[in-house]
Write a protein that binds this ligand. Sequence first.
Ligand code: SAM
Length: 279
Amino acid sequence: MAGKLYVVATPIGNLGDLSPRAQQTLAQADFIAAEDTRVGARLLNAFGIKKPQVSYFEHNRKAKGEQIARRIEAGENCALITDAGTPAISDPGCDLVEICAQRGVEVVAVPGPCAAIAALSVGGLPCGRWCFEGFLSVNKKSRRQHLEEIREEKRTMVFYEAPHKLLRTLEDFYEILGDRPIVLARELTKIHEEARRTTLAQALEHYRQNPPRGEFVLVLAGAPDSEERAPKENPMELTAQLMDQGLSLSEAAKQAARRLNLPKNSVYQQALSQFSEKE
Ligand code: SAM
């Protein structure tokens, strides 16, 4: 009889968040497929669980996925874990689940911590409808294209981001999506846990002075309704606001034009005649 694939969520910081059912599943599995077997070993040791592990990560997922599925078909139970949180959510796992599902192998969820859900739940922004945007691309063009696509998204959006890329991401958000509320949920369940509820402009100011540290989830408000947006849609008001935040006249005019979908040159010429003495 075939075994099962258990998709097991593990803590995103606080070990106390490993559920009793997750502990039991890890203890009873025949083997564990881990994103990083060293991280897996630390978790297993903390709970006194001894189990053989195989590595299953982004770059070996094709070959390893097939091997793991074959072992399960031959009767073994496998628990899949990643370094933190829920496997398959911006983590390896999706492919393995797909391979198993295609072969008719039973896949069982052992749910638990997930940074996106934890951030959303404490953020205080509307949670009725929301969407997960994962990590933005490191490629500037794809990143900007992604943001252009969600410019009019009304639902609350959730992103993952690494600390060294945070400022760049906030700058792109601000330039392409305009100023709006954001919650920066940092180090959730850990000692320095915080949820900074602020705006993009204020977050930029803060993190320019205080280099970001730790792991972040960004919970961003959806696009405002057009009536709420109207007063800010004056290109010269927006250019002035951006100049006050330190941008040059030409850069401020360029960003204002982009954000308001207006011809760059006409906004620039207007700004030049209105603000050139400020530069
Ligand atoms: N599968 C995981 C989950 O369910 O949350 C996410 C894995 S993804 C590779 C790692 C990203 O999750 C980090 O870059 C960060 O954005 C977010 N993250 C993980 N742990 C976090 C924590 N304790 N606090 C805030 N964000 C966290």
